[in-house]
Write a protein that binds this ligand. Structure first.
Ligand code: ASN
Length: 330
């Protein structure tokens, strides 16, 4: 049997009711005691590396999770990270960039209802995550509501329901029904299984925090860009639709040009959840292609955020930052 390590970080899954509201209190060992049957398929150990509501997750804590996986990498065949759902998409994406070429599965999971509560979704999610961590399928994944998704595509789309995660702009990897893993036949899974074979696992946890996500809205005042220019190294602009930024009365495009001239990495994405950008369609999009912008393609904002932090923290020149940002990452 394989050896799987559970790393607990907090979240609703580990929470208890208190007078102040839900607070994470349960450690990794206690969590495993709720799902004793899973010990039939693998050897399980658990460690608690922090206990936070994931609202308080940050780049330094993400680096701590990646470093914990790396330090136990030789001892275990697969890893499960329990995490709050609110920032799970960000952490799953960050782990993908921090642990490039990983050859074992890391499955991030959590729940909408605490593990100790009646009707919890935690036991199912945790069991599914362990089952997938027991496979020979390398990469960083999110397990939620019977679905296995790549960490760079998982987005929390609902605040209350248990089917709160979706894989956005990429197929789910597998579904887990009654304990059976059913791989998605749309993906050529063998190709994904083998993809990291020739490269060494690297731990690179440096993240540049000097970035901003800016959502454009009708009437946005251009002068906010002067502040951005002086205070940040990169900005992700959530433009309209397939990719448009105002260039008429409220001229934002010339402000974008100023940011680029000042040396900032400017990433253009969309505020629509699905289908990504294509700046070649409308004049209001085409105008941007004259400048040295970075295209977010169909990346989620969560992935673009952690990817830009990683790129600015680890790469020096604009062209390697652009290449890294625009490459597909699983
Ligand atoms: N369902 C959850 O886990 C939400 C919680 N606030 C967290 O992200 O830690």
């Amino acid at each position: 049997m394989k050896k799987i390590l559970l790393l607990a970080t907090g979240g609703t899954i580990a929470s208890s009711e208190t007078e102040q509201g839900l607070i994470p209190t349960i450690d990794a060992q206690q969590m495993l005691s709720y799902i004793p049957e899973i010990e039939e398929i693998c050897y399980l150990s658990g460690i608690s590396i922090m206990n936070v509501d994931s609202t308080n997750m940050n780049p330094k804590l993400m680096a701590k999770i990646a470093a914990a996986i790396y330090s136990k990498y030789q001892e275990y065949d697969g890893f499960v990270v329990t995490h709050g759902t609110d920032t799970m998409g960000y952490t799953a994406a960050a782990l993908t960039y921090m642990l490039q070429n990983i050859k074992k599965p890391v499955v991030v999971t959590g729940s909408q209802i605490a593990i100790k509560a009646l009707n919890t979704d935690a036991k199912k999610n945790l069991t599914d995550a362990i089952r997938f961590a027991n496979e020979d399928f390398p990469g960083i994944f999110v397990a939620f509501d019977s679905k296995i998704m790549y960490g760079t595509y998982a987005v929390k789309v609902k605040t209350r329901s248990t089917d709160s995660f979706q894989s956005i702009n990429f197929p789910t990897v597998a579904e887990i029904k009654e304990g059976k893993i059913i791989y998605n036949s749309i993906l050529n899974n063998d190709e994904y299984r083998d993809k990291f074979k020739s490269h060494e696992l690297k731990l690179q946890t440096n993240l540049c925090e000097d970035i901003l996500i800016l959502k454009i809205f009708p009437g946005i005042k251009p002068h906010i860009f002067d502040y951005i220019k002086d205070n940040y190294k990169g900005v992700i602009i959530e433009s309209f639709g397939i990719g448009g930024i105002p260039n008429a009365d409220y001229d934002i495009v010339s402000k974008v040009q100023e940011l680029i001239q000042a040396g900032l990495a400017v990433v253009i994405t969309t505020q629509c959840l699905c289908e990504g950008i294509d700046l070649s369609i409308y004049a209001v999009g085409k105008i941007l292609t004259k400048y040295k912008i970075i295209y977010a393609g169909d990346m989620t904002t969560e992935a673009a955020t952690m990817k830009l932090m990683w790129a600015l923290g680890n790469l020096k020149d604009f062209s390697s930052i652009k290449d890294f940002m625009e490459g597909r990452f699983l």
